[in-house]
Design a protein around this ligand. Structure first.
Ligand SMILES: C[S@@+](CC[C@H](N)C(=O)[O-])C[C@H]1O[C@@H](n2cnc3c(N)ncnc32)[C@H](O)[C@@H]1O
Length: 254
């Protein structure tokens, strides 16, 4: 499967400069993930390792995989510059069972993915990703996803220019709706397309794949985010957050 990310490469990091990325995306995601010390963690769609490194710093044993050779090249380059003991490999999120078998890795206590399910172009691909994720998480282990909020993106796109995202709705009308986002900073811009799935469909597919207790914790702002940007800055974001976090637990017997 082709992704834009072989071409985007390091440009993607431009998005990380946006305040919402740090003060609410990261905050809500890490709160949902919780304590990771000592856990075997698989970071799926790890990109250049932005979150993999943070999970490693928090004490997890981390393997990062991404379908983009360029993203993995960048992740390995950073690992070579500052070794943290993270293993990075090219792998497709729809075929993780084969990846684990071929590499001799064990199953994981925790699989995380940031902005992965939004790259499932078809319902079949979404289904394969969910099954594939379930196949590498230990019974009782967890999967935490960070992706786009379907309702905000398609019903309230006017919210996002203020927060640094230009959104073009390519088609809308339920599952499989598509959008293109563009982030600009310091005279540069980065842009990519996403296919979006409703929470109901993601929940159904995760449950069908062997996950239970699927939850969608609300976006929150950390104290630092309020101190730095002011309470008023976040009012519209909290009504219509761009991001959505999903948590699920692998069934013991499936
Ligand atoms: C928006 S980037 C997020 C990168 C990283 N998780 C982060 O938040 O910094 C999405 C990533 O998903 C990867 N990706 C898309 N489809 C994938 C697939 N089928 N399997 C593995 N990675 C995939 C892309 O190559 C890209 O690196």
């Amino acid at each position: 499967m082709a992704t834009d990310y072989d071409e985007l490469g390091a440009q993607y990091l431009l998005t990380k400069s946006l305040p919402w990325k740090h003060f609410t995306e990261r905050y809500t995601f890490f709160k949902a993930v919780g304590e990771v010390r000592g856990l075997q963690l698989l970071d799926v769609a790890c990109g250049e390792g932005f979150y993999s490194r943070q999970f490693r710093d928090a004490g997890a044993e981390v393997v990062g995989v991404d379908i983009s050779c360029e993203m993995i090249r960048l992740a390995k380059e950073k690992e070579a510059q500052q070794s943290k003991g993270i293993r990075y490999e090219v792998a497709d999120a729809t075929a993780l069972a084969q990846f684990v078998e071929q590499t001799g890795l064990k199953h994981f206590d925790l699989a995380v993915a940031e902005w992965l399910l939004d790259y499932a172009d078809t319902l079949e691909m979404l289904r394969q990703m969910c099954r594939s994720l379930a196949s590498v998480v230990k019974p009782g282990g967890r999967f935490i996803h960070l992706g786009g909020c379907f309702d905000s993106i398609f019903n309230h796109p006017e919210t996002f220019p203020f927060y640094g995202i230009e959104l073009e709705i390519l088609n809308s009308g339920g599952d499989g709706s598509r959008c293109r986002w563009t982030v600009s900073a310091d005279g540069e811009s980065v842009s990519a397309e996403n296919t979006m799935w409703t929470p109901a469909t993601i929940t159904t597919e995760l449950e069908a794949a062997g996950f239970t207790d699927v939850q969608w914790p609300a976006a929150e702002i950390g104290a630092k985010g309020i101190e730095t940007m002011g309470q008023d800055y976040w009012l519209e974001y909290l009504k219509h957050p761009y991001h959505a976090v999903t948590t699920a637990t692998r069934l013991e017997n499936f």
